[in-house]
Ligand binder design. Sequence first.
Ligand code: PLP
Length: 367
Amino acid sequence: MNNRRNWLKQIGLGTIGLGFIPFETFANPFAEDYILPDFDNSPILLRSNENPYGPSPLARAAMEKSVNNSNRYGWDLWSELISAIAKKNNVSDNNILLGAGSTEILDVVLQYSALQKGNFIMAETSYDYWTASSEKLGIKKITVPLTQDRKHDLTAMLKAIDSDTKMVYICNPNNPTGTICDREKLVSFINEATKKAIVFVDEAYINFTKEESLSNLVIENKNLIITKTFSKLYGLAGARVGYAIAHSETIEQLSILKSSTNMSVSVVSASAALASLNDEKFIQQVYSSNNEVKKYTIDQLTQLNLTCIASHSNFIYFSLENYKKDYFKQLENHNISGTKIYEENGKWTRITIGTMREMQLFIAALK
Ligand code: PLP
């Protein structure tokens, strides 16, 4: 955007680090490793819950190095990555199935659930892009509204299970609302629901919380499948690495739907994922920056009289009901990419938490 520099000057962000004290307070913790985008030309991407700081320095180095091995299949590397993932999640290697992002796992679980037709249950509003093919696959989607405070209504979801239900999807934390299930309630829901159907828990954002993954439950429970991704906290959305955690027999069943198990992750991406798992320093920085910037953004939105839902993730769900200007026009005018209205009633939308500088620009654009 040509006017971005002038606009930045007007709002006091033109010379970052010089004279704009609040930004100094939140100085970029990644200064040595991370090159800030060119704000004059590139859009500020706050639409897809990506990590604005990644890939991690160790992942970048591993990727560069592994380019030279791209003439070979990654048999050993896939095994190494699976072992590292299994260790991280306190399970065994045969409890893991790799995918090209967790989207591939979501697709495989949907296809697997559809093999015997019937229906599957999920919350409304939740992450549903992967369900587009359900009708064509012959499995019916049943939605159960979230509670008033935008949490999964586990009691209602349990009640909705009937003899045709093959799977129940729980996104925890939930996208787009950022809410999380009470662990005890979720575990007892899983214990009950898995007597009748598969429970599929999407933990794409669990690493932004202090919550433990439910991974250890799969050892005893063949009807529980968990999916996780390297796209969010680990900053590898473009590298496409995700995985399923399930009982070894369930992993075998899911693998039948793939012509070659684990093969959809490239050598370069597998190297990046492996290196990221060991980059504790980076992970800690992302985690704490996300919390700091989240607090700033929620405070600012609240000051603008916009209601926010407490977020356990790297995005914020908020209501535009009290916003007097045209929100999407404001974003467009300032070259900021947000996302849609999820609920017309109350005009609820979601914004990804970027860097502190990006969120200062976002807030300034709304004013
Ligand atoms: N699950 C949830 C809840 C998501 O929000 C996303 C992406 O935004 C995905 C899964 C898919 O992520 P990926 O395929 O990059 O692992």
